[in-house]
Design a protein around this ligand. Structure first.
Ligand SMILES: NC(=O)c1ccc[n+]([C@@H]2O[C@H](COP(=O)([O-])OP(=O)(O)OC[C@H]3O[C@@H](n4cnc5c(N)ncnc54)[C@H](OP(=O)(O)O)[C@@H]3O)[C@@H](O)[C@H]2O)c1
Length: 330
């Protein structure tokens, strides 16, 4: 495992972070607590020391499972927990709320669920467009100055929104979507973070499984699984993405003797993102962690990836479908 110290902090974290959205069950067709705890332990045993969660993942369920898993594992002081604020839910519907009151209440709830008295990286999950960003930023700064959170982060922010945030608060980490199929940050957010020493913690390294080699046209998603509404999982796009994934899998195997999972996560690092969040919910899904370090891609490989995308993905689409509404309506 490779580790890095996040600039402006004392946090020395693994470059692979375990994402626990699916572990919360909501929008992933349910969860199983014991298997989830074992998944977290499997990742920790392989050197991952950074776990990403959020209150909204299962409306508290993911944080509770992470809290239990970390308590059982011990070594809280050697592990790093990232969680988030500024989303609220009512009757199963999610909306944004970046008010000071909301942030201050959420930190208390998250600390309880995570069974800890500090959060290592605290993110604003989505910007609240109904109020000044300064209000949310000041609340985050206060928590940072009190020492309750050790680093400040934002997620799904534009460059302008980060600029507004930084006029009121330090900003150490940015969490945007980034993977072989979702590259929208390359023109603005990524260079902005590089210029301003903000660490990129990219989410969705496997593009919700499309880059796992385990999705096919026949695969059915159960219950509330978000892939039922993900535009990439609908025809004609699904066939295009699957053809591209197949070509990428062959490239990974032939050139590097690696799985598509390892190739996709490695690609995020090769493109300059310091941290990749990779979501899983079974211990066996953590097996490829060992395959990701100790090798690199040459420029020819990176350009072959681009050619595969250009050849097969005719109508690319990003992760925008995940954006929650700005206010509760209806
Ligand atoms: N800040 C935000 O707004 C935001 C948004 C999205 C995600 N995130 C964070 O980023 C994390 C990762 O994103 P993500 O969970 O959406 O997607 P992801 O990492 O791109 O894909 C995760 C899915 O891929 C499949 N998978 C994982 N490892 C596998 C393996 N070894 N072999 C085969 N399939 C495998 C699993 O799906 P199946 O088990 O169904 O096959 C898993 O649930 C989240 O958990 C969350 O922490 C943050």
């Amino acid at each position: 495992m490779q580790y890095l110290t996040i600039p402006g902090t004392d946090l020395c974290v693994s470059r692979i972070s375990l994402g626990t959205w699916a572990i919360g069950g909501w929008m992933w067709g349910g969860t199983e607590e014991r298997e989830s705890i074992e998944t977290i332990h499997a990742a920790l045993n392989k050197g991952v020391n950074l776990i990403d969660t959020a209150p909204v993942y299962g409306f508290g369920a993911s944080e509770q499972i992470v809290g239990k898993a970390v308590e059982e594992y011990g070594k809280r002081g050697e592990l790093f927990l990232s969680t988030k604020a500024a989303l609220e839910w009512k009757d199963g519907r999610v909306f944004r709320n970046g008010s000071r009151d909301r942030v201050m209440r959420e930190i208390e709830d998250s600390l309880k669920r995570l069974r800890t008295d500090y959060i290592d990286i605290y993110f604003v999950h989505w910007p609240d467009l109904t109020r000044p960003i300064a209000e949310t930023a000041k609340a985050m700064r206060d928590l940072y100055e009190q020492g309750v959170i050790k680093a400040v982060g934002v997620s799904n922010f534009t460059q302008d929104q980060m600029e507004a945030f930084r006029s009121e608060s330090p900003l150490h980490v940015c969490q945007p979507p980034y993977n072989i199929f979702e590259r929208g940050i390359e023109s603005d957010i990524k260079p902005y973070c590089e210029r301003n020493s903000i660490t990129l913690m990219a989410y969705g390294a496997l593009c919700r499984g499309l880059l796992s080699g385990k999705v096919s046209k026949e695969r059915k998603f159960e219950g509330d699984d978000l892939r039922k509404v993900d535009p990439k999982f609908k025809e004609p796009r699904l066939s295009q993405y699957l053809k591209a994934a197949d070509k990428l899998q062959k490239l990974a195997g032939k050139r590097f003797n690696k799985s598509l999972v390892a190739f996709a996560v490695r690609w995020v690092f090769e493109k300059g993102a310091p941290i990749a969040i990779w979501g899983g919910r079974t211990p066996s899904q953590m097996a490829p962690i060992d395959e990701i370090v100790g090798w690199s891609m040459d420029l020819a490989t990176l350009s072959t990836v681009d050619s595969i995308l250009a050849e097969f993905v005719k109508a690319p689409v990003g992760a925008e479908f995940m954006a929650p509404p700005t206010g509760l309506t209806g």
